[in-house]
Design a protein around this ligand. Structure first.
Ligand code: CDP
Length: 219
């Protein structure tokens, strides 16, 4: 069984996907972390964000795996290094949607994602999982929420991490990323026709997980 969870930034995909995978005993694949890892490596190795050939090479050479850490946290190990924290910095968030537009980057990361799904029993979250990466997924979920609620969640998530980012900054960053992700030519953020849409505004992650479990039970 493959479960695809797509939606815009801050809709709750990763929290819901991780919890769901834990409850079902499935593997969790965070595809956003893969685009973020390529972006981080570019930013820290002096590769220009506009050098599509070099970015494509970084995506091709990327070795990434997900490990379960303490407190059920998912650790992201890229090219042998724990990048769990570093891929979530505001700088990476600012550039990741530009990197994700590069066709070569998408091609290599999509191949890696399909390989990971080939092992079966996977919950995968992203933007194009139900439409492009795993169109054959047995369950497709599209999570949404208002941009204000999504920005508020990010604001509280990052509040403890020492960045001085205002709620308005989050609204602007998420809004810009939504537009870039939804308007790109290849694999844009769009709901699959056969996806179940869940508006998570005002719902906590456990309620969303419960809803998905009841859908899986055929309810
Ligand atoms: O966690 P958040 O919702 O902020 O974003 P993410 O899931 O970590 O994804 C970061 C960025 O990677 C997105 O804004 C997209 O530009 C890109 N991405 C993508 O293009 N396709 C995917 N399957 C996953 C992420």
């Amino acid at each position: 069984m493959l479960i695809a969870i797509d939606g815009p930034a801050g809709a709750g995909k990763s929290t819901v996907a991780r919890k769901l995978a834990g409850l079902l005993g499935y593997n969790y694949v965070d595809t956003g972390a893969m685009y973020r890892a390529v972006t981080l490596i570019a930013l820290t190795s002096n590769v220009s964000i506009h050098d599509t050939e070099a970015l494509t090479r970084l995506a091709e050479e990327l070795e990434i795996r997900f490990e379960r850490g303490a407190n059920d946290e998912t650790l992201v190990i890229a090219n042998g290094r724990d990048v769990t924290r570093d891929i979530r910095t505001p700088e990476v968030s600012r550039f990741v949607s530009l990197v994700a537009q590069v066709p070569g980057v998408r091609g290599h990361l999509t191949d890696k994602q399909r390989t990971m799904a080939g092992l079966g029993q996977v919950v995968m979250d992203g933007r194009d999982i139900g439409t492009v990466v795993l169109p054959e997924a047995g369950m497709k979920i599209f999570l949404t929420a208002t941009v204000e609620e999504r920005a508020r969640r990010r604001f509280f998530e990052t509040a403890g991490e020492g960045y001085s980012i205002s709620l308005q900054d989050h609204i602007d960053e998420i809004g810009t990323r939504d537009i870039l992700d939804a308007s790109r030519e290849i694999a844009p953020l769009v709901q699959a026709p056969d996806a179940v849409v869940i508006d998570t505004t005002g719902k906590d992650p456990d309620q969303v997980v419960e809803l998905i479990l009841s859908l899986l039970r055929g309810g």
